[in-house]
Design a protein around this ligand. Structure first.
Ligand code: F6P
Length: 293
């Protein structure tokens, strides 16, 4: 199993604790089949559901696993680095066409309301602009910066955009109904196309969009994710033997720790991208938008 990535257990995408009855049903199943410990492995939505059940005295622990890397209280989530690797490789491949045809290549990547994948893969792939949901995007500034590149003799650009970037900032339009699910939640599709059209219209440079989509969520995990998953799993088993529930096994710095985001104060919070890396500062002579501090 160690070489398999993505969602492999056949789990649903349905919120298991939407109605008050759901908790009772889950509690009954745990009791009926005598589950001694339940390990919930996923992102913030699922861990929130786990927290709900945990407050009813059930023996639950969590393991953070999402390509979005936005689970509060941990620096790493299983799957993130593999997704970044996949996106970085795709950007490398897109450079060929960008350079030969003098185009702007827009790459839309996943992450929901978080810009972690865009930022990490954008930096690794040498992107020129990286719009993310955590920052308001000024399309004027993006165009200015790309235009500066052309003036400086570069005849192509790579733009990595996070799927959750606000469309209002890009084209002054909100999310259309057809891009919402039956609960009215945004499906996070299409911002790359909107951005690509706007860039072409404003800059007069031929632009293409690549939406990487679910390619980022499957295939073989890179070694880092395999080791991370193994370490978090081992820690979880140790903690279960010690009778410690209501926590997730997390990474802080380079240590595996146990944090309680299965508690009320952390639920609903999101681990944000490091704003000091994503500084909007430009310094003389540079067209680069971010810098390391
Ligand atoms: O939460 C992980 C994630 O891959 C997001 O980055 C993405 O927006 C979403 O899942 C896609 O979900 P679905 O497969 O339901 O379209």
């Amino acid at each position: 199993m160690i070489s398999r990535g993505g969602t492999i257990l056949g789990t649903s995408r349905i919120d298991p604790v939407k109605n008050p009855d759901d908790i009772t049903r889950i509690k009954c199943v745990i009791e009926d089949i005598d589950i001694g410990a339940l390990v919930v492995i996923d992102g913030d939505g699922t861990l929130r559901a786990a927290q709900e059940v945990s407050t009813h005295g059930k023996p639950i622990r969590g393991i953070p696993k999402t390509i979005n890397n936005d689970v509060f209280g941990t620096n790493a989530t299983i799957g993130f680095d593999t997704a970044v690797f996949i996106v970085t490789e795709a950007i490398d491949r897109l450079h060929t066409t960008a350079e030969s045809h003098h185009r702007i290549m827009v790459v839309e990547v996943m992450g929901r309301r978080s810009g972690w994948i865009a930022l990490a893969a954008g930096i690794a792939g040498g992107a020129d602009e990286i719009p993310v949901p955590e920052m308001r995007t000024s399309l004027g500034e993006v165009c200015l910066s790309l235009d500066e590149r052309y003036r400086a003799g570069k005849n192509f650009s790579i733009v990595v955009v996070a799927e959750g970037t606000r469309r209002e900032d890009i084209a002054g339009i909100s999310v259309p109904e057809c891009d919402r699910d039956e609960c009215g939640h945004e499906k996070f599709v299409g911002v790359g196309t909107v951005l690509s059209k706007e860039l072409e219209r404003r800059l007069g440079v031929e632009t293409r969009v690549t939406v990487l989509g679910h390619v980022q969520r499957g295939g073989n995990p890179i070694s880092y994710d395999r080791v991370l998953a193994t370490c978090l799993g081992i820690e979880t088993v140790h903690q279960i033997h010690a009778g410690n529930f209501g926590c997730i096994a997390a990474v802080q710095g380079n240590r595996i720790v146990n944090v309680p985001p299965l508690n009320q104060s952390c639920i609903g919070q999101r681990e944000s991208i490091p704003m000091n890396i994503y500084a909007q500062n430009r310094w003389p002579g540079s067209t680069h938008k971010y810098r390391f501090c």
